[in-house]
Design a protein around this ligand. Structure first.
Ligand SMILES: *[C@@H]1O[C@H](CO)[C@@H](O)[C@H](O)[C@H]1NC(C)=O
Ligand SMILES: *[C@@H]1O[C@H](CO)[C@@H](O)[C@H](O)[C@H]1NC(C)=O
Ligand SMILES: *[C@@H]1O[C@H](CO)[C@@H](O)[C@H](O)[C@H]1NC(C)=O
Ligand SMILES: *[C@@H]1O[C@H](CO)[C@@H](O)[C@H](O)[C@H]1NC(C)=O
Length: 492
């Protein structure tokens, strides 16, 4: 197929995902990207402790800040532009990275099919998550990598991309450690020369630029990568946000995000391992997958999204296997396999993009309307686990609001630290009486999950329910089936 045709297919799929994924995934999608951009450009918003302490690089949010600034200057900064604009930017980058994947994996129809039908990439490819951004850059770099036997000249582009990946999130380059070592074994110009004349200068240049950028944005000199490592190791932040057993990626993470696509991948892996001489590149890629999963498994904090950069590698191996298999297979079998893979991805695509956890995004529409009407005596109180909803990027009104925070413990001598959200959930009424005494000013609107309503009936006796918005079919103790908005009854 023509590259342009393929690119158009990818652009349509990724743009469709901008509008079809209507659900909430993880807080970082908003709080570490567009909320930061909103604060930079419009001067109101919320910066989480990561930004106050300078442990994140500004490179990623600045991309959205530039977009927001353009929208502001042209007067087009309406809430919908602020919500969809950044997603469209990421979707276009993802579509371009899909094209790179297609070229890298040998311009096969199966590679178009496999990457297009992946439910997890459909679900995350248009989100303003740093991991989606990383996955796209990583795929572009994989295509630039001088794989033996592919006729690609050795170049510095992939080194620059790895340096950028390192600058935006140091742990994002774990995957590239084995690949860079492999690169050093296949070059013809000498290891020392490559390390000192290519890796080091490019790395230093990128890191200098990113350090200057971060220091300028932060207001004082700092190296975000260093601060990141310092905070994570010294305060054990990762563990604070939940730890999982060592086998979580094998037992939950990988099966969930690859789903049915694991079947061709496992078969392809067996074929590659049996014919090691024939598939040197696949062998290195498998080693990379194993290395990455082992390192990730050693880190206590585990998430689905951290696996994203493995997606192109797994799909490379399975799509190349499928295309060489399909040359010999009969047409009916071929269609059967395609249909099974497609339907196997359709279910999760529909469910996760459309149904699961949609209430915390949907609730922002009525809140925006309420806030836009008149901000003067409005105060929103979000009684939910911290960062359950987006914030000012979706309201785009400077309304007073408050949510339950969940900052990690920065005081090592305080061994009984409990964050605000946990303090609240331990005894909601006590927390409410302390922060909102009955004779003081009450919030004009309370936003919470239905599962909490019975626990805060005292305060709710002064409110009326105005909205009940579906959230999920699988409620837990803190995450309910519905999101509710209660409005303060006016005293007459
Ligand atoms: C937003 O509102 C807060 C509190 O009302 C006020 O202090 C702040 O100056 C406002 N910011 C902007 C940019 O309007
Ligand atoms: C806006 O405020 C006015 C007066 O305060 C009220 O009558 C009207 O219903 C409000 N509209 C919305 C959409 O809340
Ligand atoms: C740290 O925690 C200890 C024990 O709870 C407390 O006495 C001390 O004031 C705290 N220090 C700071 C800076 O908050
Ligand atoms: C509310 O009542 C408490 C005692 O019940 C009192 O200490 C406090 O000052 C009062 N606050 C206001 C704003 O009246």
């Amino acid at each position: 197929m023509e590259n342009l045709t393929v690119l158009l297919i990818f652009v349509s799929i990724r743009i469709a995902s901008v509008f079809l994924t209507q659900t909430y995934f993880v807080p970082d999608e908003y709080w570490q990207s567009i909320e930061v951009a909103h604060k930079i450009v419009f001067d109101y918003g919320y910066l989480t402790w990561e930004w106050i302490n300078g442990i994140r690089s500004y490179i990623h949010p600045l991309i959205f800040a530039v977009l927001y600034k353009c929208l502001e200057l042209t007067g087009l900064d309406n809430p919908h532009a602020l919500i969809y604009g950044p997603k469209i930017l990421q979707a276009l980058l993802s579509a371009y990275s899909d094209l790179c994947f297609y070229k890298w994996s040998g311009s096969k129809k199966w590679s178009v099919f496999i990457i297009s039908s992946s439910w997890f990439w459909f679900y995350t490819g248009s989100r303003t998550l740093i991991n989606s951004f990383e996955c796209a850059l990583s795929t572009i770099a994989l295509n630039q990598f001088p794989w033996p036997g592919k006729g690609k000249d050795d170049n510095n582009k992939f080194i620059a991309l790895i340096a950028i990946l390192f600058a935006i999130r140091p742990t994002g380059i774990i995957l590239w450690i084995p690949l860079c070592l492999y690169h050093l074994t296949i070059i013809k110009t000498g290891i020392m020369k490559t390390v000192f004349l290519r890796y080091m200068p490019i790395g230093l240049l990128v890191l200098t630029i990113s350090t200057l950028l971060d220091s300028w944005m932060h207001g004082s000199f700092l190296v975000t990568g260093y601060e990141f490592v310092k905070y994570n190791f010294y305060y054990n932040i990762g563990e604070f946000y939940g730890s999982h057993p060592w086998h979580w990626y094998l037992s939950s993470g990988i099966p969930a995000i690859f789903g049915i696509n694991l079947i061709p991948f496992v078969i392809a892996t067996i074929v590659v391992l049996k014919n090691r001489q024939v598939y040197p590149n696949e062998l290195i890629l498998l080693g990379t997958v194993v290395f990455t999963v082992i390192v990730y498994s050693c880190l206590p904090h585990k998430e689905f999204r951290f696996l994203l950069p493995l997606l192109p590698i797994v799909f490379y191996i399975s799509s190349r296997f499928l295309s060489s298999w399909s040359r010999k297979a009969n047409t009916i079998l071929l269609w059967a396999v395609a249909i099974i893979i497609f339907t196997g991805n359709l279910g999760p695509t529909w469910y996760f993009s459309f149904a699961h956890q949609r209430g915390t995004l949907d609730v922002m529409d009525p809140l925006r309307e309420i806030a836009s009407n008149d901000t003067s005596n409005k105060h929103f109180l979000f009684l939910m686990p911290c960062h359950s909803t987006p914030y000012y990027s979706h309201l785009h009104v400077n309304v007073s609001s408050r949510f339950l925070t969940c900052e990690p413990n920065f005081n090592k001598s305080n061994t009984h630290y409990i964050d605000e959200a946990d303090t609240f959930y331990n005894n909601p009424n006590v927390w409410l009486r302390q922060h909102y005494p009955p004779n003081g000013t009450l919030p004009s609107h309370i936003i919470m999950f239905d599962s909490l309503a019975a626990g805060v009936s005292d305060i709710l006796s002064r409110y009326k329910l105005t909205h009940q918005i579906f959230h999920t079919s699988f409620p837990t103790s803190r995450i309910g089936r519905f999101v509710l908005i209660h409005e303060l009854l006016s005293k007459i």
